[in-house]
Design a protein around this ligand. Structure first.
Ligand code: 13P
Ligand code: SF4
Length: 353
């Protein structure tokens, strides 16, 4: 049994309005002049050092944020490495530039640290589409199933899970469970779930959630572009629909796609994931031509095609504000945190072995 009509919920529509209003505020770094950008960066550098803080950023954030994280000894990575890096780093404060589940994961793993986000409004359609109470009721229907949830979920959903996985480790974990004869409840991304199910042959029941960004990639658009660039390899994040995954030359997490662009012999790549990845991908594969996979075009339901509207809420201005006034701090209830820690630690230990 699966949930339906997630994308049409009132909550979702409200969130889209919120995103549009936010864009109207004209605060993003790309809208600043170079002198202003430099002033922001200088203040952030100084405050990071003064406040014993470290900037941990996802590949989908603005290039300027990724640059700053690199320059100040922070990290730019996929969601698994963000979690590992933040937990290991000695700084007492982490500034998590990404979306809310990334900040919550950091808090669950490092309760002693102060976890600040540029804005707590930055969420994720997968997280929104999987409310904890509905998910718990769903799980209760299948008591003999192992519960595996994607990292893109709230602390409360993680607390109901046996395992948390990210896209870079999902295949290995599910294969491991399937080898032990376990049946699996998978949530929330149905496309990633379908990919994992096909690859591993595991018995899986899927929650009906999706990413509003990756859902917009269309196989026809990619194939049309392939006609123009017949030698291009197609790189696809597995949050994309199955029709797009099927025509991929490489499928993987953000860091796995960057590695593919670096290691594959092709000169040209069609990349089906958020365009924020191009900053690091181009550094890793200089001289190669990187093309955005076409999205749904004018018929698309999101206004943010190929760029996550919530990732785009991270800017130099709200990173500075976080450092100056500590406003958008992540708090996770102690009991919930302890429950959510177990499946997260299981993932990190599995990855280490
Ligand atoms: P990665 O774990 O591959 O970085 O993915 C996170 C994400 O939100 C992709 O949309
Ligand atoms: Fe969530 Fe999609 Fe944004 Fe990733 S790109 S944070 S899955 S909405």
């Amino acid at each position: 049994m699966t949930r339906t009509n997630i994308m049409l919920s009132k909550q979702d529509l409200d969130d889209r309005i919120l995103v549009q209003e936010h864009f109207a505020q004209e605060h993003l770094p790309s809208q600043m002049g170079s002198a202003e950008i430099e002033q922001y960066k200088e203040k952030i550098r100084r405050l990071l050092a003064e406040k014993d803080a470290c900037l941990v950023a996802h590949y989908y954030t603005d290039d300027l944020i990724q640059q700053l994280a690199d320059e100040t000894g922070g990290c730019v990575s996929d969601s698994l490495e963000m979690a590992r890096f933040g937990a290991k780093h000695p700084a007492s404060t982490l500034i998590v530039a990404g979306v809310r589940f990334m900040g919550e994961t950091a808090k669950i793993l490092s309760p002693e640290k102060r976890i600040l986000m540029p804005t707590l409004e930055a969420t994720c359609s997968l997280d929104i589409g999987c409310p904890a109470d509905e998910f718990a009721a769903f799980c209760d229907q299948y008591p003999d199933h192992e519960v595996v949830v994607y990292a893109n979920t709230s602390a409360a959903v993680k607390a109901r899970a046996d395992w948390v996985v990210t896209s870079s480790i999902a295949l290995q974990v599910v294969e491991h469970l399937s080898d032990q004869g376990k049946k699996i409840i998978w949530a929330p991304d149905k496309h990633l779930g379908e990919y994992v199910q096909k690859q591993t042959g595991a018995e899986m029941i899927l929650w009906d959630g999706s990413c509003i960004v990756h859902e917009e990639f269309k196989a026809k658009g990619v194939l049309d572009l392939k006609q123009v660039y017949p030698d291009a390899a197609v790189l696809v994040h597995p949050e994309s629909p199955d029709s797009v995954v099927q025509i991929a030359d490489a499928v993987g997490s953000t860091s796995q796609l960057i590695k593919a662009a670096q290691e594959m012999p092709n000169e040209t790549f069609i990349v089906a994931t958020d365009r924020g990845i191009f900053y690091k991908m181009q550094q890793a594969a200089p001289g190669k031509r990187l093309l955005e996979a076409p999205t749904g075009g004018s018929g698309a339901t999101c206004r943010s095609c190929a760029h996550c509207p919530w990732m785009a809420m991270n800017g130099l201005d709200n990173i500075l504000a976080a450092l100056e006034n500590g406003a958008d701090e992540i708090h996770v209830d102690d009991e919930l945190r302890e429950q959510a820690l177990k499946p997260l630690q299981r993932m990190l230990e599995f990855q280490a072995n």
